[in-house]
Design a protein around this ligand. Structure first.
Ligand code: GDP
Length: 335
């Protein structure tokens, strides 16, 4: 990506829904080059008033749960009903290569062929914070480009679920049939985040077991759901392969969105997400400034040792560290 970019022209291409413009805009917001950040922020400022109109859905599930098959099938159904669907991904472990882009495209073969679909694989990068930021910003871009449904896919491991749940309206968990004991294997944290749960692969010989799992999960959700919210997470079965139950799953996604509208209200819901995001950004940038300042890293190691040997108290050490940090940050280039 060149250093000089005509941000106004790029915004125009995005608003016109031009694919090459959308791709370039996302590449710009993903760029780790400090010189690109002010340009990315200017671009986003121009696009922001045109964003926010999409139904934002997060999708999680262990590898092999059927996320791509589900997205392919559901995306095509939505397009048949006149929607425009964008698929983004958050996978902090992804090392982006031409292969993985092709991989995502072939995994969602039918959807990838549609003019009404835009599929973008996860940006590469080891920091979840960076990947999550790029994906949030990509969401603004695809919404401004006219996509009215955004599906953000993530793999059911680690902290990426929390990040995705914080950027979507509805978080959908695709589960697989398993016995009661194995149900324990689904992390409680992920169940707590789920707004809708679908047990996938409920077809053929597997259908009965999937129904049993759905019933068990439904009972588990009674305990997990926060009573004060007044909402119970619906659990159902589906088959991304045959299409059975997919409309019901999407119906539950829409029902959750209506529930937001009727209770807290979508604007408030998203504003709360922005506040949390602001603090996450501040925390992330503060940590980046620490990591990129060698003196602070050294001081940190020295203080760790001293506190470890009880030659300095934790409180004194933290104050010494913060005072030194405060002196050093004035020259730090915040992006
Ligand atoms: P992902 O890793 O979660 O994206 O899972 P994939 O969509 O790649 O699916 C993993 C495997 O499960 C593939 O071989 C799919 O064909 C298969 N699969 C996905 N959904 C279903 C389903 O509903 N029923 C059956 N029987 N197989 C499915």
């Amino acid at each position: 990506m060149p250093r000089s970019i005509d941000v106004g022209a790029l915004a125009g291409q995005v608003l016109a829904g031009q694919r090459t413009g959308i791709a370039r805009a996302i590449t710009l917001v993903e760029s780790a080059l400090p010189a690109h950040r002010p340009l990315a922020r200017r671009l986003l400022a121009q696009l922001l008033p045109h964003s926010g109109g999409a139904t934002r859905v997060g999708l999680t599930g262990v590898p092999g749960a059927g996320k791509s098959t589900f997205t392919d099938a559901m995306g095509c159904r939505l397009i048949e009903r006149g929607h425009k669907v964008a698929v983004l991904a958050v996978d902090p472990s992804s090392t982006r290569t031409g292969g993985s882009i092709l991989g995502d495209r072939t995994r969602m073969g039918r959807l990838a062929e549609s003019d009404s679909a835009y599929i973008r694989p996860s940006p590469s990068g080891c920091h979840l914070g960076g990947v999550a930021r790029a994906t949030r910003e990509a969401m603004i871009i695809v919404e401004a480009a006219g996509y009215d449904t955004v599906i953000v896919e993530t793999v059911g491991v680690g902290q990426s679920e929390v990040a995705v749940a914080g950027m979507v309206d509805t978080f959908l968990l695709l589960a697989l049939a398993r016995s009661g004991d194995q149900l324990q294997g689904i992390k409680r944290g992920i169940l707590e985040l789920a707004d809708v749960i679908a047990v996938n692969k409920a077809d053929g010989d597997n259908a009965g077991e999937a129904r049993v799992t759905a019933r068990d999960l439904s009972i588990a959700m009674k305990l997990i759901n926060d009573e004060s919210s007044g909402r119970r997470t619906p659990v159902m079965t589906c088959s991304a392969l045959t299409g059975d139950g997919l409309d019901k799953v999407w119906g539950s996604v829409e029902e959750h969105r209506s529930w937001i509208d009727e209770t807290i209200g979508l604007a408030r819901y998203r504003a709360d997400q922005q506040v949390e995001w602001m603090w996450a950004q501040i925390e992330g940038s503060a940590l980046d400034s620490l990591r990129s300042t060698p003196e602070l890293l050294e001081l940190g190691h020295r203080l760790e040792e001293e506190v470890g040997k009880s030659t300095e108290s934790a409180l004194d050490a933290s104050v010494e560290f913060l005072v030194t940090w405060a002196k050093s940050v004035s020259g730090f280039e915040w992006t």
